[in-house]
Design a protein around this ligand. Structure first.
Ligand SMILES: *Cc1c(COP(=O)(O)O)cnc(C)c1O
Length: 376
């Protein structure tokens, strides 16, 4: 059996190696390393794929979130409502910009913002709702957009884990996640569903004014060469990464399909025991399984992870400490905030390997080991 990894970027690369190698060599040959033609081409292709007006490439997903927030003319102390149950980048940029993260509880099944709790967190200082489509499952964007409209708030989607997912509105309209809020942010970190061979990120929007502003912010606040209108940053997707992403984008639906097939295998195997709750699939969105995350019901999590490790099966806890318990936010006094579902999930989740290169032998081996432990 091939060794089992959480992600297998190498095997994925080998399947498209000659095409990727040629594209990289072409960039090297042209030496158009910064803002070369591949960057423009990829941005256009991604905009077409997502069916969104503007795609602004940038250096990574964290920068994408930062640039999005910088474009909204916020004042220090303005509040951003966001889940505590997410990767730290989502909330870190809020604090970095002197804004205040206001944590909202997540839904116990989808692990995304609980839209019933959302309104109770709104204050006169609230300016932005920042939902996260965690593990590849979309938050309830239809409800979030309705609340945002009612209170005149911006919505920035953290789509780093759900690129390619479809969201279906009650009237049947389908949109890609990341294109529903005012701004969507994504990451091309190598292990993401659309992964580069290094860092990368992108911001998308249908708003012309916001697009122009974010483009300017990502480029030193520059309106024309050496004329700097606002304080910005330097955040670029480099040409080599864009050339690689251009090839991988063509495979994104197949990659997500492969992840869904892995999830279906796991779901079937684990459906037989009430010790494990398989990831919920909301009826409003497809799940693209950036992670396959089980909820353990009275199972010793550390014991399970150690048991799997002995059998050379990696398993990860995403994320062991929720935002409101992180030291970096101590000055917001968030540690005493009551987020019982977030705490409850944090103690019970475990993520199994899911990627595009898994075979049935590996899946059979993993599922039988997990079941052996939980049923013992
Ligand atoms: C990966 C990730 C980010 C940050 O992306 P980078 O490219 O690593 O900066 C932000 N939010 C979430 C939810 C992520 O998973």
């Amino acid at each position: 059996m091939r060794p089992i990894q959480m992600v297998d970027t190498r095997s994925q690369y080998l399947k498209i190696k000659s095409e990727v190698d040629n594209a990289v060599l072409e960039v090297l040959d042209s030496s158009a390393f910064i803002n070369g033609p591949a960057v423009k081409e990829f941005s256009q292709n991604l905009a077409n794929y997502l069916d969104v007006k503007h795609v602004i490439p940038c250096a990574n997903g964290t920068d994408a979130l930062q640039i999005a927030l910088m474009a909204l003319d916020l004042q220090p102390g303005d509040e951003v409502i966001t889940p505590s149950f997410t990767f730290i980048a989502t909330t870190e940029v809020v604090a970095l910009l002197q804004l205040k993260p206001v944590f909202v509880e997540v839904d116990k099944h989808t692990f995304c913002i609980d839209v019933h709790e959302l309104e109770s967190r709104i204050t006169p200082r609230t300016k932005v709702i920042l939902p996260v489509h965690l593990y590849g499952q979309a938050a309830n964007m239809e409800a979030i957009m309705a609340i945002a409209e009612k209170y005149n708030l911006y919505v920035i989607e953290d789509n780093a884990q759900a690129i390619g997912a479809d969201f279906t509105f009650l009237d049947g309209t389908i949109k890609k996640t990341g294109t529903i809020g005012h701004i969507g942010c994504t990451s091309f970190y190598p292990s993401k569903n659309l992964g580069a061979f290094g860092d990368g990120g992108a911001i998308c929007t249908n708003d012309d004014e916001l697009a122009a502003k974010m483009q300017m912010i990502a480029n030193h606040g520059q309106s024309k060469r050496y004329y700097h209108d606002v304080v910005g940053c330097n955040s670029r997707l480099d040409s080599v990464q864009a050339a690689i992403l251009n090839i991988k984008l063509k495979h994104l639906d197949a990659y997500n399909g492969a992840r869904q097939a892995v999830a279906a295998y796991y779901d079937k195997a684990f459906g037989s025991t009430n010790k494990l709750t398989v990831p919920a699939r909301a009826d409003f969105a497809s799940h693209v399984y950036h992670q396959y995350t089980l909820l353990l019901n009275e199972v010793d999590r550390e014991g399970l992870v150690a048991f799997l490790a002995e059998r050379k099966i990696p398993a990860m806890i995403y994320y062991p400490v929720p935002g409101h318990k992180q030291k970096m936010f101590a000055h917001f006094n968030t540690e005493n905030q009551e987020l019982p579902i977030t705490d409850w999930l944090t103690e019970r989740v475990v993520s199994l390997p899911v990627h595009t290169e898994m075979d049935e032998e590996q899946l059979a081996y993993i599922t039988s080991a997990v079941l052996e432990f939980v049923n013992q």
